[in-house]
Design a protein around this ligand. Structure first.
Ligand code: ATP
Ligand code: MG
Length: 440
């Protein structure tokens, strides 16, 4: 993409309406634009990042055997009346009437709809487990939408649902998600810690929130620092190794504030290991047994008997993750962002120094750009006539982790190649291509 033709409306200064750094940076670099309170358009730069996050989430769901599908955003109130949540959900639910005066709603979550889909097709325990997910917009009419896309009203979520015949099998499903969440966040270079959490309006008794530490987070957490050292590398997804993996984490006290108990914390964690801080919830998993299947009569035949299926649900805030990664990676003081390459909007940028009446550096830059494109790399080339220091400032904000700088001493065997925050190295284009493709 040529910068002059891109739709990246960068602001000169930080927007005054934003309070936290991710919101500031996203507005500043034209990743999003507010359309009304808590509702945003995703402009090309922000959209690219969100799509890359979505793809990682998808691959890690698929890897543990979850099947992708797509449910609509608009649901009928009938199924919510069956589960009893139509009244319970309160004002966070956006309720709509269609022309036939039927009560509809914009889905805030999908336990009811998936249960309805499940019960109409699955009749025997032999088809279990069923693990299903979709990635879809949700709407929650939050009391106080704030912090940009971190707590907004319309947001993009991956939600998955599991159906099993017994508690034991259902916990195995739960643990598959537990592992896939650890792997998902690791690929985004985030350290997300599973914390025992309250189940809230979803119900049930087993739940973990995946939290990344950040001062601007809205979740209060209390944890044993040693949990950060737990090795989560697990490739086998058999029942025992996954149960063990969860135990390795649960060995350390680690809870969100609804579950916090001062004496428990102090009795379980030595003083020098105690950490009380704030974090951002990027994922949340629940096990709630037959809460919905009983209310909605979702059962299967099990040796001649009807059994209510045991269910869990599993969310990831795909759009919130864009902000969460910025909170973790943006050096606000020096105005330097560095996206993990796995989610970066572009793989590399090319910054030619362009002098008046002399297009030679731009020509060189375009040649390199074409070569990189041929090698499947996604590149943003700054073809504007801004001076190089303002180009570098601008690209430090955009956060594309690698830059090629083309200046007066250009030598095609020793191209200036720089990773943000590191010293430049001088190498051939072939080597640059190898590095970028290897890291991708
Ligand atoms: P929170 O405690 O932050 O309100 P929640 O517990 O209501 O979230 P879940 O129902 O667990 O949220 O939804 C799954 C994921 O969706 C959350 O972990 C979070 O990452 C994301 N999410 C929830 N609400 C919002 C929102 N208003 N804006 C953006 N993302 C959200
Ligand atoms: Mg939650």
């Amino acid at each position: 993409m040529y910068f002059s033709k891109s739709f990246i409306p960068i602001l000169k200064n930080n927007p005054t309406e934003a309070k936290i750094k991710s919101h500031k940076l996203m507005l500043r670099t034209g990743m999003i634009k507010q359309s009304s309170a808590g509702i945003y358009s995703w402009l090309p730069l922000g959209f690219k990042v969100m799509k890359k996050i979505e793809q990682i989430v998808r691959e890690e769901q698929n890897r543990v055997g979850v099947q992708e599908m797509l449910m609509p955003t608009i649901q009928s109130s009938e199924i919510w009346k069956e589960s009893g949540r139509y009244d319970d959900y309160g004002e966070e639910m956006l309720r709509i009437k269609d022309r036939q005066n039927r009560e509809m709603l914009y889905g805030p979550t999908n336990e009811e709809l998936i249960t309805e889909i499940f019960r109409s097709s699955v009749k025997s325990y032999k088809s279990l487990p069923q693990l299903l997910y979709h990635i879809q917009w949700k709407f929650r009419d939050e009391l106080r939408p704030r912090f940009g896309i971190m707590r907004c009203r319309e947001f993009y979520m991956k939600d998955a649902y599991s159906f099993d015949i017994s508690d034991d099998e259902a916990l195995y499903s739960y643990n598959k998600f537990f592992l896939s969440y650890l792997n998902t966040f690791k690929r985004m270079e985030l350290s997300a810690i599973p914390m025992a959490a309250d189940t809230g309006p979803i119900g049930g008794n087993l739940s973990h929130e995946f939290i990344i530490l950040a001062d601007t987070g809205e979740s209060k957490i209390y944890t044993d620092k040693r949990i950060f050292e737990v090795d989560s590398t697990e490739t086998i997804i058999d029942k025992n190794s996954l149960a063990q993996l969860r135990k390795d984490f649960e060995k350390y006290y680690s809870v969100t504030d609804e579950k916090f108990n001062k004496s428990e914390f102090e009795n379980n964690v030595e003083e020098n290991n105690r950490l009380q801080t704030k974090g951002i919830e990027v994922g949340h998993i629940f096990y709630f047994g037959d809460k919905y299947s009983r209310a909605m009569n979702a059962n299967v035949d099990y040796n001649g008997k009807k059994e209510f299926v045991k269910m869990g649900s599993y969310g990831i805030g795909v759009s919130r993750l864009v902000g969460a990664i910025i909170e973790a990676k943006y050096d606000e003081k020096n105005e330097i962002m560095k996206w993990p390459l796995s989610v970066s909007p572009y793989d590399c940028s090319i910054l030619p120094i362009i002098n008046k009446n002399d297009n030679s550096n731009l020509d060189r830059a375009v040649n390199i750009y074409n070569e990189l494109k041929k090698n499947d790399l996604d590149v943003l080339i700054d073809d504007t006539d801004e001076n190089i220091s303002s180009k570098i400032k601008k690209f430090n904000l955009l956060g594309i982790p690698y830059q090629i700088i083309i200046g007066k001493n250009f030598n095609e065997h020793k191209i200036e190649f720089k990773e943000i925050n590191k010293e430049p190295i001088f190498i051939s284009l072939d080597k640059i291509i190898k590095i970028l493709n290897k890291k991708k």
